[in-house]
Design a protein around this ligand. Structure first.
Ligand code: 7RM
Length: 639
């Protein structure tokens, strides 16, 4: 296929009132602060800011002195208008149960839960951990925290008890909100049981609120600690005033994988985050009141935080939310739902698109998808073949695709087409969002020539950028601001073509992306090393047809331990317990030695490059050729 194939915006979109003209890019870069100030005026503030940006590299404060409440912006301002009875969420549980929640429904529940949290002595700045399935109550709990100034820390429900415990230890929440069960591919996932296990040893958690997802099984409750959501809400007061919060007060912590074994608690704040997320939600997705929007992410990841919870609700959007697996009960579940709710905007991940391709186009062909007018992609580079399939089979060649590049740390989309404005090239995330200065540079921070690989950096601050790593500001400085002089280091490799379009080349560090889930190879290594049979490990990501990347583990056993297939299976089970199913390596090799440098470092980068057929000189500094040969020989021996 020709990569150079271009897709100009459809005419109907270009006519659209709030589609931006190309001049917006120049305008926004000329006076970035005015650009963001104008965007911030779209939100409701209790007190206006006195200064748009206070930039003290690498520390930024946005909308200084402004007072705002995120839950007010997502609810109160809508229920004061006709949107009161507008549908906020069309929800479907995996087994097929359905609920419709209006803005008023959400508003009432959020007020109640906010009051319950207050009664449990949650104060502004206190942390609340949420470990929940994809049910509307997760959104309610997040907004309830935001309403009273508590900081939520959502832990993806696919994480194990141990992973949950680690995140609880770091955030030290007073309260934990969970559900008794969740559903996945017809199976019941015992979330409350994981919570009990995570809280076994001493913990900061005083109370656990349990949402009853189903009463199909008995759920043990610890008296004095555990409370049912539905019992608490019976007599909880119906009104809770939103707390006027400082723009820079933290809104949430979200743990994300980095290059060490310990996940980072990325901190986002109220004002700038909401401005960035609401603006990109509106511009990138061209969202209007009559749209039915659907983002298939899990709220446990940043995409769900920004583009299921805060972005859509800030705009008063009607959206679809689904609890379970895309192939349950059959591979057309999502297409059936698009037809049922007449979805107009659909946002998903390349790994899902590749799975749909594998399942076959007979599944989408069974359904009427003509309501769709815009498609989005996020999470990893989308290969041109998947892009074209998505465009043809799902989008009926009518719908532009917005390939949106961003990170947990960036909070908001930073590199993306604007539908109606940008000419698309399949496989390219196209251009930085107005006001965002992205560049591809070498290790000294100098821009590299067009079509050459380098490090993707962001040169100026943006409102939704992370402010710190929770309780580790030093790590914030080191990880993001010390690698490349004067710029935010993304950890991604990229190329810019002759037209200035960005082509993402994946991570250049030890962070990998398995089926759209961000993982650190070091985390998986520490999980494996914690098994008594294991001496040393190298975990490497390599390209995978459907998952994007998969994990391969090279495990050196302790002396006296005999290699066996049973042991491999046991190691997989161990990783599942330590982190969760998403971190289990596809392949485990039991080896007698690992390739190391003279100073004793495992040569992971060379291993990865060889396994991925990467060009070694491209985004990495040139490796020692003899070391490359050594690793090549070693890999051959293993096969
Ligand atoms: C939103 C999210 C971030 C990493 C990032 C990239 C990769 C995300 C794209 C992409 C190519 C894209 N946050 N990534 N979007 N790569 N094109 N459109 O995924 O923190 O979980 O992951 O994901 O490597 O650094 S994340």
């Amino acid at each position: 296929m020709k990569v150079e194939e271009k897709f100009p915006p459809p005419k109907e979109l270009a006519k659209n009132a709030w589609i931006r003209t190309p001049e917006i890019y120049e305008e926004a870069l000329r006076d970035t602060e005015s650009f963001w100030a104008k965007a911030a005026e779209e939100l409701d503030w209790f007190k206006p800011w006195s200064k748009v940006l206070d930039w003290n590299p690498p520390d930024s404060r946005w909308f200084v002195g402004g007072k705002i409440n995120v839950s007010y912006n997502c609810l109160d301002r809508h229920v004061k208008t006709w949107r009161k009875n507008k549908v906020a969420i069309f929800w479907e549980g995996e087994p097929g149960d359905k609920r419709t929640l209006t803005y008023d429904d959400l508003y009432l529940e959020v007020n109640q839960i906010a009051n319950i949290l207050k009664q449990m002595d949650v104060k502004k700045g206190d942390r609340v951990t949420l470990y929940m399935p994809m049910v509307p109550e997760l959104i309610v709990a997040m907004l309830a925290c935001a309403r009273i100034g508590a900081i939520h820390s959502v832990v993806f429900a696919g994480f194990s008890a141990k992973a949950l415990r680690e995140r609880i230890r770091d955030a030290e929440p007073k309260i934990l909100v969970t559900a008794n069960h969740s559903y996945r591919r017809g199976k019941i996932i015992p979330l409350k049981q994981n919570v009990d296990e995570a809280l076994e040893e001493s913990s900061s958690v005083e109370r656990v609120v349990v949402y009853q997802r189903s009463d199909t099984e008995f759920t043990p409750m610890k008296s004095g600690r555990d409370f049912w959501w539905h019992e608490l809400t019976v007599d909880a007061p119906l009104r809770c005033e939103p707390e006027p919060l400082d723009s820079e007060d933290p809104l949430f912590i979200l743990y994300t994988s980095g290059t060490t074994g310990k996940p980072k608690g990325v901190v986002h704040v109220n004002g700038g985050y909401l401005v960035g997320v609401a603006t990109t939600q509106k511009w990138v997705f061209d969202l209007k009141d009559e749209d039915v929007y659907w983002c298939t992410a899990d709220i446990g990841w940043v995409t769900g935080h920004s583009y299921i919870v805060y972005g859509p609700l800030a705009l008063g959007t009607t959206q679809v939310m689904y609890e379970g697996a895309p192939d349950y009960p059959q591979p057309d579940r999502l297409w059936e739902m698009i037809e049922r709710y007449a979805v107009t905007i659909f946002y998903t991940a390349p790994t899902a698109i590749r799975a749909f391709m594998k399942w076959g186009e007979e599944w989408p062909k069974k359904h009427k998808l003509s309501s769709l007018r815009l498609l989005g992609s996020v999470g990893e580079p989308i290969n041109p073949a998947a892009w074209l399939w998505y465009h043809q089979t799902i989008g009926g060649e009518r719908c532009p695709i917005v390939d949106t590049w961003w990170q947990t740390e960036t909070g908001m989309i930073l590199i993306t087409p604007l539908p109606g404005t940008t000419v698309l090239k399949p496989g390219s995330a196209t251009l930085p969002f107005p006001g965002v200065k992205a560049e591809v540079v070498d290790k000294d921070g100098n821009p590299v020539p067009p079509d050459q690989g380098g490090f993707l950096v962001i040169k100026t601050p943006w409102p939704a950028m992370l402010r710190t790593i929770y309780r580790d500001h030093q790590r914030y400085r080191q990880t993001y601001w010390k690698r490349i002089p004067g710029a935010y280091f993304t950890g991604d490799g990229a190329k810019k073509d002759q037209d200035g379009y960005f082509w993402m080349m994946g991570r250049i560090d030890d962070v990998i992306n398995v089926s759209g889930h961000r993982l650190g190879t070091m985390e998986v290594e520490s999980a494996l090393v914690s098994h008594p049979a294991v001496a040393e490990v190298a975990v490497v990501g390599k390209p995978h047809e459907f998952k994007g990347q998969s994990l391969t583990a090279y495990v050196m056993l302790r002396g006296g331990v005999n290699p066996s297939n049973a042991l491999k299976e046991e190691l997989k089970k161990h990783v599942r317990q330590e982190i969760g199913a998403i971190a289990v390596p596809d392949e485990i090799y039991l080896v007698d030695k690992l390739p190391k440098t003279r100073s004793g470092k495992i040569m992971r980068r060379i291993m990865r490059a060889l396994l991925s057929n990467e060009d070694l000189g491209d985004t990495t500094t040139l490796e020692d050729p003899s070391a490359v040969e050594e690793v090549r020989r070693w890999l051959k021996e293993i096969k």
